[in-house]
Ligand binder design. Structure first.
Ligand code: BTN
Length: 327
């Protein structure tokens, strides 16, 4: 009945239909109609409900327009094949499946919503419909496993530059690859790789951007820690344009990396970093390291010096600041 009900509301867009009229038409109770409307709301449809008058459809879900994205693309290799889905468990999982089916480098998997979005360190990633950019890109770099963390930093630089360019906001990178605005997270990146004898077979770069969340769309536990580009800028984000700008930035940096190695990427990362020269705590699996974030080394590791002068090189972990900052 969901589909027929929606068709009827679409035929009468912006017009009230009474509960009585609807229950008569679909031979069901008004409660059943109310439930159907709630389920459409979850899919992003917006209804106005007025007691004794009825319901009217006043908004449709904001769907990503793949044709528009393809027209905006200025890349040669990346995003030339796009697989778009209304809903997936995780774009990461689907990207791995596409690799098994022979997908080429640069293939992009985008979903409107994820039901099992994955975050770093085994966490889940909240990814409801119409609110964000949830995508994974397949890469086939000619590198060995120890170099994979360099690609993580490269992805963060490309995304940070793309957001700064499109929205003119001063977001920065918290090591290794979270994007923050005034201490709140806007975006997360997850790289998963598959290797054989130390050689990387492929990498899936997963990018999650809180683009169009309104404050009440963040669940309670995230309200304090996260924000969206829409909240920062005060306007809806053009998701297709942001993906296109990101892919272009990424392609340029990826070519630079392939030609000149990690050194230029490292300088760009350092310039956008909000972690370096800060007093930090890093939880790395088993240990908690406290000290000053001194540098990124030539492999992409974070160099931290503790109060006794001992140096640590960290390849993954979660940074906490003694004093929270962000641009
Ligand atoms: C983090 O923990 O900060 C990384 C979050 C990465 C989320 C993105 S959303 C698209 C892709 N698919 C996933 O399941 N995760 C990544």
């Amino acid at each position: 009945m969901n589909k027929q009900l929606l068709d009827l509301f679409e035929q009468h867009y912006n017009e009230f239909l009474s509960g009585e009229q609807l229950s008569g038409r679909f031979q069901c109770s008004r409660t059943a109609i109310w439930k159907q409307i709630q389920s459409l709301k979850k899919k992003g449809y917006v209804f106005e409900a007025v007691p004794h008058v009825g319901y009217r459809l006043v908004g449709r879900p904001d769907k990503l327009d793949v044709d528009k994205l393809e027209k905006l693309l200025a890349t040669e290799r990346l995003g030339r094949t796009i697989h778009y889905y209304e809903q997936l468990d995780s774009t990461q999982t689907t990207a791995h499946e596409w690799v098994a089916k022979g997908a080429e480098e640069g293939t992009l998997i985008v979903a409107e919503a994820q039901t099992k979005g994955r975050g770093r360190m085994g966490r889940s990633w909240h990814s409801p419909a119409g609110t964000g950019i949830w995508m994974s890109m397949i890469l086939k770099p000619e590198i060995t496993l120890p170099f994979a963390s360099q690609l993580t930093l490269l992805t963060a630089v490309a995304l940070c530059r793309a957001i700064r360019k499109q929205e003119q906001i001063q977001i920065g990178i918290k090591w290794p690859n979270d994007l923050l605005f005034q201490g709140k997270k806007v975006s997360g990146i997850l790289l998963e790789s598959s290797s054989e004898d130390e050689r990387i077979r492929y990498v899936v770069a997963g990018i999650g951007i809180s683009a169009n969340f309104t404050e009440h769309e963040f669940p309670g536990e995230l309200k304090e820690k996260a924000t969206s580009l829409r909240q920062i800028t005060g306007h809806r984000i053009d998701r297709e344009r942001l993906i296109a700008v990101f892919l272009q930035e990424f392609e340029q940096l990826y070519s630079l990396y392939q030609e000149k190695g990690f050194a230029p990427i490292r300088s760009l990362w350092e310039a956008l970093s909000i972690t370096l020269q800060q007093e930090i705590k890093v939880q790395t699996g088993s240990a908690l390291i406290t000290g000053t974030a001194e540098a990124i080394d030539e492999m992409g590791a974070l160099v931290v010096r503790d109060s006794s002068g001992q140096k640590f090189k960290l390849y993954s972990g979660d940074v906490e600041y003694s004093v929270v900052r962000g641009e």
